[in-house]
Ligand binder design. Structure first.
Ligand code: ATP
Ligand code: MG
Length: 403
């Protein structure tokens, strides 16, 4: 049999629409695939006709093709990833590949159709002729399956390309979006909750490289609460490969707020400190935007007025990709990206330390500023900023503390 191997085909999404920038986008996607492939095995990765091919070059890499497929599904910019059998471009070989591999692939499906594409027009059969032959072969070797051209449960693709033919069925979804690193740099406010990791994912999917900042309030928040946040960052690395988490302590600020300001304003004041610290960090890291997991009306600090009281401090854009989403919709994404189970672990967040019983939902900026002026805001920001620790989190390898 002249089957060479199983290969992974990755299909472009929106990248196809990029005019002048397309080469740059493609280069980033290929680089990211290669970076991941190096960790898995020995693969040849190349591009042709809006598809990227990943070919295993040795036995071990063939064995790890499932892991490599998983990696490909986490690179932004690809909408579909499938494992295909590559073979010689003649119909007899194609039919024997179909007969050998399709019974396994099509097990459990009731209906199918074949779609053929012939980019090599010298191939002696037309696309409908190829589909007819291959469909017939499938009917003869897969028990109980029927053709349904309108609404098939699975599509078998036959592609006659320049050098080889590819046969595949059951394309899986890719990560979508546009390549990581094509939309600038953003600072994600990462808590241990459900929302902020989803917000980070959504911006990363639109090409924004992430830095993270996490505010802790030790000993009111525990070491395990911080570990949970680092674990969430690690899950984001399925997509981003690497991310830095800057951890800043708010303990002193929170104690002073408790002792000096009206309880109703605690959360808003704390959020203004968080914003001041985040802005300072964003400027230091050359981030062009701040990203939060806020969703309008979800809690008292996320009403229009409460958001304004914090938003007005910012001199760079604040992106809130979840602003119009319901909790259920956010949870759906969080399950899909794998952060949900970690997010719901029950550790406290600094926002839940000293929470007011009656938080202001319609605060006036002037009143908030008046409360803020009871303490030396700038000095406290300076002091808190000096507690900053940096932890580098990677998909492959241990976390490292950076000086
Ligand atoms: P999440 O589920 O992301 O924690 P939430 O619904 O609990 O969000 P809040 O606690 O009001 O809402 O926080 C709103 C946003 O503020 C979060 O999505 C996050 O971006 C940021 N944030 C809150 N707490 C922290 C923290 N301890 N460190 C960093 N950012 C935080
Ligand atoms: Mg929270």
């Amino acid at each position: 049999m002249s089957i060479r191997k199983e290969v992974i085909l990755c299909k472009y999404g929106e990248v196809i629409l990029k005019g002048g920038n397309r080469a740059d986008f493609e280069a980033k996607m290929l680089k990211q695939l290669r970076q991941r492939a190096r960790r898995i095995g020995n693969y040849k990765i190349y591009y042709s006709q809006s598809t990227v091919y990943i070919e295993p070059l040795d036995e071990e890499s063939i064995e790890r093709i499932e892991d490599m497929t998983w990696q490909a599904k986490h690179v932004f910019g690809f909408v579909g990833v499938s494992r295909a059998f590559a073979c010689e471009k003649n119909i007899d070989t194609i039919i024997s590949v179909v007969k050998e591999y399709m019974p396994e692939k099509l097990k459990g499906y009731k209906t199918f159709k074949v779609e053929s594409k012939r980019s090599d027009k010298r191939f002696p059969m037309t696309s409908p002729e190829i589909s007819g032959e291959v469909g017939g072969a499938i009917l003869s070797c897969v028990r109980g399956i029927k053709v349904d051209v309108r609404n098939p449960e699975i599509i078998v693709h036959v592609e006659i390309r320049e050098n080889e033919a590819f046969i595949h069925a059951g394309q899986e979804k890719g990560a979508g979006g546009i390549p990581y690193g094509t939309s600038g740099h953003g600072l994600l406010l990462l808590s241990g909750g459900i929302d902020s990791p989803v917000a980070g994912f959504m911006m990363a999917k639109r090409g924004v490289t992430l830095e993270c900042v996490h505010f802790e309030s030790f000993p009111y928040t525990s070491e395990r609460a911080k570990e949970k946040v680092l674990e969430l960052a690690k899950i984001l690395c399925d997509y981003t490969m690497r991310v830095r988490v800057h951890v800043i302590s708010l303990t002193e600020i929170q104690e002073l707020l408790r002792d000096n300001c009206d309880e109703d304003y605690f959360t808003l004041l704390l959020r203004r400190y968080m914003m001041a610290l985040s802005l300072r960090l964003a400027h230091e890291l050359h981030c062009e935007a701040i990203i939060t997991g806020e969703s309008l009306g979800q809690v008292a600090s996320q009403t229009m007025k409460a958001i304004h009281v914090v938003n007005e401090m910012a001199d760079i854009p604040i992106y809130r990709p979840l602003i119009g989403m319901d909790k259920g919709e956010i949870i759906e994404v969080s399950r899909k990206i794998g952060t949900f189970d970690t997010s719901i672990l029950p550790y406290e967040d600094c926002c839940t330390v000293f929470t007011p019983r009656h938080p202001k939902t319609r605060p006036e900026l002037s009143e908030v500023i008046e409360q803020q002026n009871r303490l030396n805001f700038d000095e406290l920001v300076d002091k808190a900023y000096s507690t900053k620790q940096i932890i580098v989190v990677k998909q492959f390898g241990e976390n490292k503390t950076e000086e």
